[in-house]
Design a protein around this ligand. Structure first.
Ligand code: KG4
Ligand code: ZN
Length: 343
């Protein structure tokens, strides 16, 4: 990059079913973000269909990037650096973003940086807040649930991760079982709120005293509890009891259970990292007001700062990719044009 030229980073995110572009200017922050979500396409299937997702990415990527540059009143020449998610995610979807970013950067002489999607989430709260180091971060989405000990930009270690499913997947699957639709998180939250967050069924809280998450057993426990109550037929995979009260009871019991699991894990992590000065809660599941409130209350009691991004930066977005791209560029961590996807 020409040393006279002010760095402007174009972030590109296509790891799953969102196509997003964003522009980051040092000193100003995010100046534009565009995003197209395929949620409506995947809704009838109760989850993301990978082949359909990658085709959707291909149809949208060019328009989303152009729209973002236009929204910021910039031209292609103003951009110095392209930061793109290259792992982890759906291979076909990732390929669209990485191929587009490489072609764009190569053809117009830009720097290229491959970004880890999870690092994007882990630093997403910085888009709107200044968070002291060291701090703990809990990342919960449809594909991942982890905790990090963060000591600086790009300097973090995973201190807990899931051994099977992610928290978001538990919401999505149980919502599907109850016939409530996709994505499950917001619907489960609504039903749980209507039930005053009552813990009716006391589902099991697994891995209580270890730094591991597990949500697969919880999904099975809920399913078998429904079978036991005569509300679900395993052989035909159909819900037999369609009462709204049962849905509310399952939803609120599930949400309170996940709230307990998160709170317990944060407590355990703080006992191991007492010097941590704050907690951030990020990823799609961090849109959940009940979970945010519980974690904030826990932090308030201990005089710890609590941070969470606005919902638009919790779910998949390119702003977090552009933000990480900026500090990677400052650290000189560029990628070659051999950049490839990693699952
Ligand atoms: O971060 P994200 O957009 O995509 C992944 O990287 O997976 O997260 C999507 C996940 C879905 O599982 C969705 O059900 C969940 O975030 N989610 C929520 C809420 N809004 C979205 N989970 C709980 N409560 C919500 N309000
Ligand atoms: Zn994500």
């Amino acid at each position: 990059m020409n040393s006279e030229k002010k760095r402007i980073i174009l972030g590109i995110e296509t790891s799953c079913d969102e196509t997003s572009a964003a522009l980051f200017v040092p000193g100003k922050g995010i100046i534009a973000q565009t995003l197209f979500s395929q949620i409506e396409t995947h809704k009838p299937f109760g989850g993301v269909l990978p082949e359909v997702a990658s085709r959707g990415q291909l149809e949208r990527i060019k328009g989303i990037v152009e729209e973002c540059i236009r929204a910021a009143s910039l031209s292609i020449d103003d951009i110095t650096t392209v930061a793109v998610t290259h792992k982890p995610g759906l291979p076909g979807s990732l390929l669209v973003g990485v191929c587009f970013a490489k072609a764009f950067a190569w053809a117009s002489g830009k720097e290229l940086i491959g970004i880890d999607h999870l690092e994007g989430h882990a630093f997403s709260a910085f888009i709107e807040h200044s968070i002291p180091f060291p701090h703990l971060c809990i990342t919960a989405s449809g594909g991942h649930t982890s905790m990090y000990y963060i000591q600086g930009f790009g300097n973090y270690q995973t201190i807990a991760s899931t051994i099977d499913d992610a928290a978001g997947e538990a919401f999505d699957k149980i919502s599907k079982v109850l016939g409530l639709g996709y994505p499950g998180g917001p619907i489960i939250e609504k039903y749980a709120r209507d039930n005053n967050f009552a813990d009716v069924f006391s589902y099991p809280r697994p891995c209580k005293d270890t730094m591991t998450f597990s949500f697969s057993g919880l999904k099975t426990a809920i399913l078998y509890d429904l079978v036991k109550r005569g509300a679900y037929d395993l052989a035909t995979r159909t819900l037999l009891d369609h009462s709204e009260q049962l849905k509310r009871d399952v939803a609120s019991s599930l949400l309170v259970c996940i709230g307990d699991i998160f709170e317990h894990k944060v407590k355990l992590a703080y006992s191991q990292y007492p010097e941590a000065q704050a907690l951030s809660f990020v990823g799609g599941v961090a849109c959940n007001k009940y979970l945010k409130e519980r974690l904030k209350t826990w932090c308030d009691r201990r005089k710890l700062k609590f941070f969470t991004p606005s919902p638009r930066y919790c779910t998949d977005n390119a702003s977090m990719i552009a933000f990480v791209g900026n500090y990677k560029a400052e650290q000189g961590l560029f990628s070659s044009f051999d950049l490839d996807i990693l699952r």
